[in-house]
Design a protein around this ligand. Structure first.
Ligand SMILES: Cc1cc2nc3c(=O)[nH]c(=O)nc-3n(C[C@H](O)[C@H](O)[C@H](O)COP(=O)(O)O)c2cc1C
Length: 211
């Protein structure tokens, strides 16, 4: 397998949510590579409390898609209800993804393997760095992916469907495939100098010239 030659900062600056995916299968080696990158992330005390459920079985994805649609419908209705005249329709990129979720070729669920002494629901801090590595690896491999919470409201049902034990929590739903109508590129983010406070809150500097 050959990795794409993309610089670290190119990857960091152009990684974004890709929600429009081709249905073409993604080779297992690439999905493995994404998970391997995820496993290089830091975790509290190097506890590595993670597991990654990679779903490619189309019948299983079809069932996940049902939960995706059921979970999204009330959110969409509520957003429609909040619309003011002239507003564009809500979720213009998420809606087509949910509507075609059964055609997503792979879904990765980063999961928190809860230690015996931990409270349920507290695992994000140990899973999100790994998840970002996963997304960056997708970018480097030319695959589209997005961090989402799609269908996670059906945690119990998803765990049953995927045979996930009680002490393991699904933390994100990451559809993966080759990009279709969207491309990686410039993202819309607050400039770093606007969110940086030097030595104490409120002491902000302009962006360095040429930085
Ligand atoms: C904690 C978290 C939860 C997210 N949940 C969703 C989600 O449920 N659905 C979705 O389409 N995108 C989700 N996203 C992706 C963000 O919407 C996206 O990263 C952000 O809008 C920036 O867009 P861009 O990556 O296209 O620049 C989530 C991102 C994070 C970090």
């Amino acid at each position: 397998m050959t990795d794409q030659q993309i610089g670290l900062f190119d990857a960091l600056y152009t990684q974004r949510a890709i929600r429009s995916l081709k249905p073409d299968p993604v080779p297992e080696a690439l999905l493995h590579r994404m998970v391997e990158a995820a496993t290089k992330a830091p975790s509290g005390g190097n506890s590595q409390p993670w597991a990654f459920i990679v779903v490619r079985d189309m019948a299983t994805i079809a069932k996940i898609a049902e939960y995706a649609k059921r979970g999204f419908a009330p959110v969409y209705e509520a957003a429609l209800g909040r619309m003011k005249p002239g507003d564009p329709p809500p979720f213009p990129r998420l809606k087509p993804l949910v509507e075609s979720f059964e055609r997503v070729p792979a879904i990765v669920f980063p999961a928190w393997v809860r230690p015996a002494n931990a409270q349920p629901g507290a695992g994000g801090a140990s899973l999100y760095p790994a998840t970002q590595n996963l997304l960056l690896a997708a970018r480097g491999l030319g695959l589209g992916a997005a961090m989402t919470s799609i269908a996670l409201g059906f945690q119990k049902e998803l765990k049953e469907l995927l045979g996930v034990p009680e002490h393991v929590e699904l933390m994100a739903t990451i559809p993966v495939g080759y990009p279709n109508k969207e491309r990686y590129g410039k993202t819309t983010r607050k400039p770093a100098h606007e969110v940086t406070h030097w030595d104490r809150w409120g002491n902000q500097h302009p962006a360095p010239a040429g930085g």
